[in-house]
Design a protein around this ligand. Structure first.
Ligand SMILES: Cc1cc2nc3c(=O)[nH]c(=O)nc-3n(C[C@H](O)[C@H](O)[C@H](O)COP(=O)(O)OP(=O)(O)OC[C@H]3O[C@@H](n4cnc5c(N)ncnc54)[C@H](O)[C@@H]3O)c2cc1C
Length: 371
């Protein structure tokens, strides 16, 4: 009997994990336009430190032992077919949607060719070497993390973080001490904040490009800077859903999933990672957990069983490094109480390695721990 065909659309944290997990039991095709996986968690470090490029970009060549990676955009996807170009369709017995979210450079990339993505990073670092002032728009985790990387690597740059909210980190359930710890560490490095008023207009230049500009907040504060970064606006990528799946797209671009992570009404179509409407913060760790749940359910279906594995959202946490040595984290204790840890613990948990060793293992860049 022919092997069941599993088509995974999107090779980020979720897609790469499930493709690897099912490679031994199914005929797996991973559809992913990029020639290299981008480890977004480490991307902001690579923006300031060339040595990190090899810990952020991992070629897909060694991901699958039996299956294949088709380097193309999925253009039109129904429950049984993925069209990758005008003349090419990939048929699926089981379909996994894992196309994640788009986010501005340098946290994520639109470039499919790693050489082009790296060239953009080279230009950015050159621009930063010549810059005296940088504006970051968005005082959420990404904006703050970027401020941490920039202030660690380029301490002479004047950094200002702008946000319409009155404080940093206002979109999550964070303790005031987390906010004040992050703010005071950044202020100690000379970072300033323009909070409580949105920009009246965005700079008329692309992000990460040296092109001095002046902008004003609506409250009238003038900001002069040499380059800027946009650190808000995580956009789910699901515009390729058509035919019987066209209705699966929610107004915000996400897709609704059952606890077993299949699309409601479609037992053989799963969605995992940032594109799902699972009520939890969007994290790589959650995307990987989704991949294991969906893989277990597809394996059960292949074996003629029922999909019974359900996803339980993990405890909310934030681990927010400010460069390799700084930052703070908010974790949930076993008794349900939230507590905040400081710079050294945050560095040990994430800041020093940024989970890059685990991704290098997944992509065969270093031997897997279980090998
Ligand atoms: C700066 C930064 C730091 C972060 N730090 C952490 C952290 O410390 N811990 C943590 O848990 N999370 C972190 N996150 C969040 C984490 O990166 C996301 O939750 C994660 O990327 C979601 O994984 P995913 O597989 O759903 O999607 P993605 O990683 O976004 O992958 C989606 C993939 O789909 C591909 N794709 C898109 N469109 C198509 C198409 N039409 N056809 C085929 N393929 C397509 C893309 O090329 C991409 O490879 C961070 C995010 C950022 C931006």
């Amino acid at each position: 009997m022919a092997e069941p065909r599993v088509v995974v659309v999107g090779g980020g944290y979720a897609g790469a994990t499930i493709a690897t997990s099912l490679d031994a039991v199914a005929d797996v095709t991973l559809v992913e336009p990029k020639d290299s996986f981008v480890h977004a968690t480490g991307a902001l470090r690579a923006a300031v430190d060339v040595a990190w490029e090899d810990r952020v970009f991992f070629p897909y060549d060694h991901l699958l032992a039996r299956g294949r990676v088709v380097h193309a955009y999925a253009q039109a996807v129904t429950s049984t077919q993925v069209r990758v170009s005008a003349g090419r369709v990939v048929d699926a017995d089981y379909l996994v949607l894992a196309t994640g979210t788009a986010y501005p450079f340098p946290a994520k990339f639109i470039e499919s060719d790693v050489l082009v993505a790296k060239a953009r990073l080279v230009r950015l670092r050159e621009a930063l070497r010549g810059a005296r002032s940088v504006m970051i728009v968005g005082a959420g985790p990404v904006g703050l993390e970027l401020a941490g990387e920039l202030s660690s690597a380029f301490p002479a740059i004047d950094l200002v973080i702008v946000d319409q909210a009155e404080d940093v980190l206002t979109t999550g359930d964070y303790l005031p001490v987390l906010r004040s710890t992050i703010r005071s560490q950044l202020e100690a490095r000379g970072v300033s904040f323009a909070l409580g008023s949105p920009l009246g207009y965005l700079p008329p230049v692309d992000v990460g490009v040296f092109a001095p500009f002046t902008v004003h907040t609506r409250a009238g504060r003038r900001i002069d800077a040499d380059l800027w970064f946009r650190c808000y606006g995580n956009q789910p990528v699901t515009d390729y859903l058509v035919g019987d799946l066209a209705g699966a797209r929610l107004p915000d671009g996400r897709v609704a999933v059952a606890p077993t992570l299949n699309l409601r009404g479609f037992p053989s179509v799963f969605a995992i990672g940032d594109i799902t409407d699972v009520p939890e913060s969007k994290r790589a760790s959650a995307a990987i957990a989704h991949a294991h749940v969906a893989a277990a359910n597809i394996r059960a279906l292949i074996e003629g069983g029922e999909p019974v594995t359900v996803h339980e959202p993990a405890a909310e946490l934030v681990v927010l490094p400010l460069g390799p040595d700084g930052g703070a984290s908010q974790l949930l204790g076993p008794d349900g109480t939230r507590h905040v840890l400081g710079a050294s613990e945050t560095s040990a948990m994430k800041g020093a390695d940024l989970y890059s060793t685990a991704m290098a293992e997944l992509f065969g860049a270093v031997p897997r721990a279980a090998d």
